[in-house]
Design a binder for this molecule. Structure first.
Ligand code: HOZ
Length: 439
């Protein structure tokens, strides 16, 4: 067993002054047992804990670290921005640059507003959809997680699901009543909901590739269907691309699948590791926001100069975007590299499971992935729940002992970065094969 004495001592202190010892529930390791390690530093695809142990990291700060940790261009951009001040609450040029880049990269985004987290982005997009349509009800999908806003913490994924509180205490029943929850990938359920709630549904919010109950992908035609049925019923389609944005393609899942939602929510990658969120879409809808329109939304730190600098540097490095014109770097196309590593990981994990005789369904979309300990396909939350979570716990701890850090819950996606090399994936797959052979 590797020693984590310093981490354990810090966690004991943390428990006295932070609820559960953590600032976000999944980090507490409660779904897998044991105690979290405390990180000292991170670089590329590796993190080091305060005891000096090294881990290959597949959490990537839950998605933002697509270029690996502490990317030199991002660090330099943040340092340079900090020299000019850390927050202004007054418009500054980097906000315009960021907005121009988001509009240039994401096909459906004509106007965009920055905020401070993915949660804020989704809350704000929902309010905007309700204000624009003058309707109150919304549709979300079982196991999708759109941050911790009241209307959205209903049958939610991520930590809410991990800890068995998909309907959080503290959300008034009257709010929850306005949220219609349906199974993902089921067209009939959506048709029935629109038929039963004529002219009452403001929007559908969906993670186009749900990554908060592990990872599963939309069936062919499903996202097109959502676009069509919302349009036919005067409702809006909101893509929550907090995870998938700039990850599955420069223009996110909407580019990959060729769909134009009415509104989209972003976070993670566009902050380059600093706290950030954004929501954007059709200009006529976005212009409903204050100060132009009647829907209020605001934030002291929105468009923060450090977050803008980090995010712009990340987007430039990842996509090659320059000014409002951009090019995808052909020589070292980051997305091709991510796909290559993803395919290597998928093939290796499937082989490892097969040779150990362990039923595993390995879902992957580009650089996002999840292995479920079940033999059957996983298309929705009900399928995901069939995974053997006792096996996942064993697997998680076995991998951690081998120096590979996976998300400490079955119901989170794994993330690859451009810093993961062939040898790193090979090491991971070999470790997985060894761990599974002990089952
Ligand atoms: N909600 C995040 C995963 N889907 C977890 C964030 C964190 O713990 O940092």
């Amino acid at each position: 067993m590797i020693s984590r004495a310093k981490s354990d001592a810090l966690f004991a202190e943390a428990l006295n002054c932070i609820p559960g010892g953590v600032n976000s529930p999944v980090r507490a390791f409660r779904a897998v047992g044991g105690r979290p390690f405390f990180v000292n530093r991170a670089a590329g695809c590796r993190v080091w804990d305060v005891d000096g142990n090294e881990y290959l990291d597949y959490v990537g700060t839950w998605g933002p670290a697509i270029l690996g940790h502490a990317h030199p261009k991002i660090i330099a951009a943040v340092k340079a921005a900090a020299d000019h001040g850390t927050s202004f609450g007054i418009p500054h040029p980097a906000e315009v640059t960021m907005a121009q880049r988001l509009c240039a990269l994401v096909p459906s985004v004509q106007k965009v507003r920055m905020c401070n987290s993915g949660t804020e982005a989704c809350m704000s997009a929902i309010r905007l959809a309700r204000g624009f349509t003058r309707r109150d009800k919304i549709i979300k999908f079982d196991g999708c997680y759109h941050g911790h806003g009241d209307s959205l913490l209903v049958r939610a994924g991520s930590g809410a699901l991990t800890f068995g509180n998909p309907d959080s205490a503290g959300v008034p029943a009257d709010f929850a009543k306005l949220t219609i929850v349906l199974p993902f990938n089921d067209t009939e359920a959506v048709k029935a909901a629109f038929a039963a709630n004529k002219n009452e549904i403001a929007c559908i919010i969906v993670e186009p590739v749900p990554g908060n109950a592990g990872l599963y992908v939309p069936r062919p035609g499903y996202l097109e269907f959502l676009k069509q049925i919302t349009a036919e019923n005067g409702a809006l389609l909101i893509f929550d691309e907090v995870m998938t944005g700039f990850r599955l393609a420069p223009g996110g899942a909407q580019e990959k699948f060729g769909i134009r939602p009415d509104l989209s929510c972003f976070g993670k990658i566009i902050g380059g590791g600093l706290p950030v969120g954004a929501f954007g879409g059709r200009a006529d809808i976005m212009d409903y926001l204050a100060p132009l329109g009647p829907v209020y939304q605001a934030g002291t730190l929105s468009g923060n100069p450090l977050a803008m600098a980090a995010g712009i540097a990340a987007l430039e490095e990842l996509t090659g975007i320059q000014n409002s014109e951009f090019r995808i770097q052909n020589s070292e196309n980051a997305y091709a590299r991510l796909e290559e590593r993803g395919a290597q990981l998928e093939a290796g994990m499937k082989d490892a499971a097969k040779s150990a005789g362990v039923p595993v369904t390995f879902n992957r979309c580009g650089s996002m992935f999840c292995g479920y300990f079940t033999g059957g396909p996983v298309h929705n939350l009900a399928d995901a729940m069939k995974s053997d979570r006792e096996r996942f716990k064993k697997f998680f701890h076995g991998m951690l002992e081998a120096g590979v850090y996976l998300a400490p819950s079955q119901f989170e996606a794994g993330f690859l970065s451009t810093a993961h090399g062939e040898a790193d994936i090979e090491k991971t797959v070999n470790a997985a094969a060894k761990v599974m052979k002990t089952f």
